[in-house]
Design a protein around this ligand. Structure first.
Ligand code: CA
Length: 228
C-alpha cells in the first residue's frame, strides 16, 4: 500500500518539486499552500507523514504543528519541518512543538527521502493495536476503523474523532464546548454549531447500522453515548 504524504509549503515551485519527487519515489502526495488548506485536508484524510515549511503565511508552520498535535486522531503522525532558518533556538522550539525531524532549506531530495523512510518505519513500530468496544460498536485504534458486527462504518476524520471521544468515555455527558476542545483542539477557530453539524453526520452514519439511539442529545447540556 502506498503511503500518503502531505506537503505544506507556500512556495509553489518548491511544493511542486517536492511533490513530483515524492510521487517518483512511489508515494501519494498531497499539497497545501497554507495551514488552513492543510487542516482541511487532514480533516478528510489522515496522511502517513506531513512535511511542513516553517515560514507559512498567516498561521506559521510551528503553530500548525501545535494544532495537529492537539487533534487526537492525527497527533501521532510523523512531521518533518523544513526551514530556511538555521538557528539552534528555532530547532528547539520545533522539537518541543512535536516535530519529529528537521531539515534546513535548501532541501536535499535524497536526504529528505531517507528521513521520510526512517520516520515511516518508526511510526509503524509505534502503532497501537488496541480495540475498544461499546454498545456493539468496535473501534480499532491502530487502523482508525469503526465496525458493527464486522461491517465497517465509513467516517470522515472528524466523525471518527467524535465517535472515538464517545466510545472512550461511555455514558459521559459532554458539552459542545468540551467536544470542540477535544475533537478540534483548544486553539481551534471552529464555531460551536460546527459540533452540531458533525454530530448530525455521525448520527446519520450510526443510523445506517441502527445505532443512532446510542448518541443521545441532552437538551441544553450536550451529548452523550449510551448503550441502549
Ligand atoms: Ca515558505
Amino acid at each position: 500500500m502506498k503511503n500518503t504524504i502531505l506537503i505544506v509549503e507556500d512556495e509553489t515551485a518548491i511544493r511542486e518539486m517536492l511533490s513530483f519527487s515524492l510521487m517518483q519515489a512511489g508515494y501519494i502526495s498531497l499539497q497545501a499552500k497554507d495551514a488552513m488548506a492543510a487542516l482541511a485536508i487532514i480533516d478528510d484524510i489522515a496522511p502517513d507523514l506531513i512535511i511542513i515549511d516553517w515560514g507559512l503565511p498567516q498561521i506559521n508552520g510551528l503553530e500548525l504543528v501545535n494544532r495537529i498535535r492537539d487533534n487526537e486522531v492525527v497527533e501521532d503522525i510523523p512531521i518533518i519541518m523544513l526551514t530556511a532558518r538555521a538557528e539552534e533556538s528555532d530547532k528547539i522550539k520545533g522539537l518541543e512543538a512535536g516535530v519529529d525531524d528537521y531539515m534546513t532549506k535548501p532541501v536535499s531530495i535524497k536526504e529528505l527521502q531517507a528521513r521520510i523512510k526512517a520516520q515511516l518505519r518508526r511510526a509503524r513500530g509505534f502503532k497501537k493495536s488496541e480495540v475498544i468496544s461499546f454498545g456493539g460498536i468496535s473501534m480499532d485504534m491502530s487502523a482508525h476503523r469503526i465496525t458493527v458486527e464486522g461491517k465497517e462504518m465509513e467516517l470522515s476524520i472528524t466523525e471518527y474523532n467524535l465517535i472515538r471521544l464517545f466510545i472512550k468515555n461511555p455514558e459521559r455527558l459532554f458539552s459542545r464546548e468540551q467536544i470542540l476542545n477535544h475533537v478540534w483542539g483548544r486553539n481551534s477557530i471552529v464555531e460551536l454549531r460546527t459540533v452540531d453539524v458533525h454530530i448530525l453526520r455521525l448520527r446519520k452514519a450510526l443510523k445506517a447500522f441502527n445505532k443512532d439511539h446510542c448518541l443521545k442529545t441532552v437538551r441544553g447540556a450536550g451529548y452523550k453515548f449510551i448503550e441502549n
